[in-house]
Ligand binder design. Structure first.
Ligand SMILES: [Zn+2]
Length: 309
């Protein structure tokens, strides 16, 4: 069967007291082999050995695009918008997943942008430039907005300085189109009475991660701090996708240590679908532990309290 011919979509529902969290699939991206995007400076045999240790493909790298939606009284908050029409072969499935979960684009009241890469803002506009979510207000961190919109973005600290440049016109066009509905916030602000944002620079200067908090339940979305379980095991191998390679490593290590120490439940934009799990340590090396769940569309956090405390 050729999976690429199918419209693939799906969602997971995570009730969180009065909040309903959903993880919606936008599809995935396929990048061929891991290197040089991941671990650009590491000898290939070392990378292959580690992939083998982690039971990951030694020849092909693909990663899902997992999008979070939060439903709370009077609000439907979407966090990022997937690839949109930019990769119709593998991705751009968000609207199908949204509909499968029982929502319409018109019902979305707020869109929080974690950072302005294409796989996160690509779904804001349709192919002919129309706004896809007609009733939404948009939010982006001030440093992220300024990086792309004020002066020339600087990619010199990236391992692939030319790689970021083609996305500048796309980002500027998209953020300009929603300019009148776009609000900037400071990294660290608490939004919508349920989302604690946190600065996580490196991937981009204004890249945020965030915790969704309701009473005794919380889940942290680490967004693009990890693009593969490989970078959890080997955080300092790094990725060319980070605007600042070294800052990306520093952020990755900090997030890993915090999540490990606190047994934090994580979700993520690009870890294997649905991107939910924990950070463990084996022989002094961090390891991704996918969350166990037993219903195809539902994760019940309330039953986990005894695990995470
Ligand atoms: Zn991403």
């Amino acid at each position: 069967m050729n999976h690429k011919l199918k419209r693939e979509h799906g969602f997971i529902h995570i009730p969180c007291h009065e909040l309903d969290i959903f993880i919606l699939s936008d599809g995935y991206f396929g990048v061929g082999y891991h290197q040089p995007i991941l671990a650009p400076d590491i000898p290939q045999n070392m990378v292959k050995n580690e992939l083998r240790n982690l039971y990951l493909s030694e020849s092909y790298y693909e990663a899902p695009i997992n999008v979070m939606l939060i439903k709370k009284a009077g609000r439907i908050i979407l966090i990022d918008t997937g690839e949109g029409f930019y990769d119709e072969e593998n991705a751009g499935q968000l609207l199908h997943s949204l509909s499968a979960a029982g929502f319409t684009p018109e019902s979305v009241t707020d869109i929080l942008i974690t950072h302005a890469h294409r796989d996160h803002i690509g779904g804001i506009l349709s192919k002919n430039g129309e706004i896809v979510f007609p009733n939404a207000q948009y939010y982006i961190s001030r440093p992220e907005f300024e990086f792309w919109m004020a002066g020339e973005p600087d990619f010199q600290k990236s391992k692939n300085p030319e790689g970021g440049k083609p996305s500048i016109p796309l980002v500027r066009k998209t953020l300009s189109a929603i300019g009148s509905r776009l609000t900037t916030f400071e990294t660290g602000d608490f939004l919508f009475s349920c989302i604690q944002t946190q600065t996580a620079p490196g991937h981009t200067p204004g890249h945020i991660i965030y915790s969704v908090i309701n009473g005794d339940l919380s889940i942290i979305n680490v967004v693009d701090v990890f693009h593969s379980p490989l970078l959890i095991a080997k955080p300092d191998w790094g990725t060319q996708w980070d605007t600042d390679f070294e800052a990306g490593i520093e952020t990755r290590k900090k997030v890993l240590e915090n999540c490990y120490q606190n047994r934090t439940l994580i979700c993520s934009a690009h870890l294997p679908w649905p991107g939910i799990g924990y950070i463990s340590k084996v022989n002094d090396q961090f390891q991704w532990i996918p969350k166990v769940y037993n219903h195809p569309f539902l994760i019940n956090l309330a039953t986990d309290l005894e695990i995470v405390t």
